[in-house]
Design a protein around this ligand. Structure first.
Ligand SMILES: Nc1ncnc2c1ncn2[C@@H]1O[C@H](COP(=O)(O)OP(=O)(O)OP(=O)(O)O)[C@@H](O)[C@H]1O
Ligand SMILES: [Mg+2]
Length: 256
């Protein structure tokens, strides 16, 4: 089953905008297809959850979107523009993609505020004062205004992850990629991070999230993509994938 979900769009929008477009993307390493002719469309404002067994290529798919992994074949467009590893535009294109990993990766020697301010200042996108004002707003948005001066070692895992989200948002990305953003966290802290992700989704951010959190996938995602062995086996609404009509393989995965 490959059901193309309707893009979530304001009624007034006449022409939905494709934010991420993958066409025939393959990645072959040592003769093995890690990704196998993947086609994926993510419309502006959509939240797409990527699920599937370990080793199915979920992380690799995200890595190809921002060219941390270079496809062997196929084409990827971000907001209509082809991502081209040769192009001087690649850095700018990467700046349009926020990525949040499992392990936070905050700069340990910087406070939460400095972490969020760093990239906009370092890349010349914002002056210090402007970056600080924006960083404080973003930190408030993830509910951590009282932690601006804290170092990562003084924050819980969930708080670090929320700062990591604020840091990614500071570059005003067109799309946010999440890779198992909550899987290293205790359930209580995972909840806080999922709440921030849900708020982002509701605010209209375009999101591609690899997740094991089926509750999140079901309630928040507009679409769920199921991967296996480097291929997309199913792509549909949560109702499609959680229905009796879903492919047997998906049903088995969801009940395992
Ligand atoms: N750079 C690489 N070199 C060789 N093999 C790789 C490389 N990157 C990924 N792989 C292999 O590609 C497959 C897909 O890996 P990937 O990390 O994308 O899976 P995943 O779906 O994210 O798994 P998990 O749920 O465990 O995170 C795995 O078999 C992995 O070993
Ligand atoms: Mg992975």
């Amino acid at each position: 089953m490959v059901t193309r979900a309707k893009p979530r769009q304001p009624v007034a929008a006449l022409s939905p905008r494709l934010m991420v477009e993958m066409r025939g993307v393959s990645l072959i390493i040592n003769g093995k297809a890690i990704l196998n002719a993947v086609d994926l469309d993510v419309w502006a404002g959509q939240t797409v959850a990527i699920i599937g067994p370990s080793g199915s290529g979920k992380t690799t798919l995200l890595r190809t979107i921002n060219h941390l992994a270079r496809p062997s074949a196929g084409e990827i467009r971000l907001d209509g523009e082809r991502i081209d590893p040769q192009a001087a535009r690649l850095r700018a294109q990467r700046a349009g993609i926020g990525m949040v990993f499992q392990n936070f990766n905050l700069f340990r020697n910087m406070t939460a505020l400095e972490n969020v301010m760093f990239a906009p200042v370092a890349t010349g996108r914002a002056r210090v004062a402007e970056a600080e004002t924006r960083a404080r707003k973003l930190i408030a948005r993830v509910g951590l205004s009282d932690k601006c001066g804290s170092y990562p070692s003084e924050l819980s895992g969930g708080q670090q992850q929320r700062i990591a989200i604020a840091r990614a948002l500071a570059m005003e990305p067109k799309v946010m990629l999440f890779d198992e953003a909550t899987s290293a966290l205790d359930p209580e802290f995972a909840r806080e991070v999922l709440d921030v992700m849900s708020d982002l989704s509701a605010s209209g951010m375009t999101i591609v999230a690899v997740t094991h959190e089926m509750g999140f996938a079901r309630k928040v995602a507009d679409r769920i993509v199921f991967m296996e062995a480097g291929s997309i086996l199913a792509d549909g609404t949560p109702d499609d994938l959680f229905s009796e009509a879903a492919p047997l393989r998906v049903k088995r995965f969801l009940t395992s």
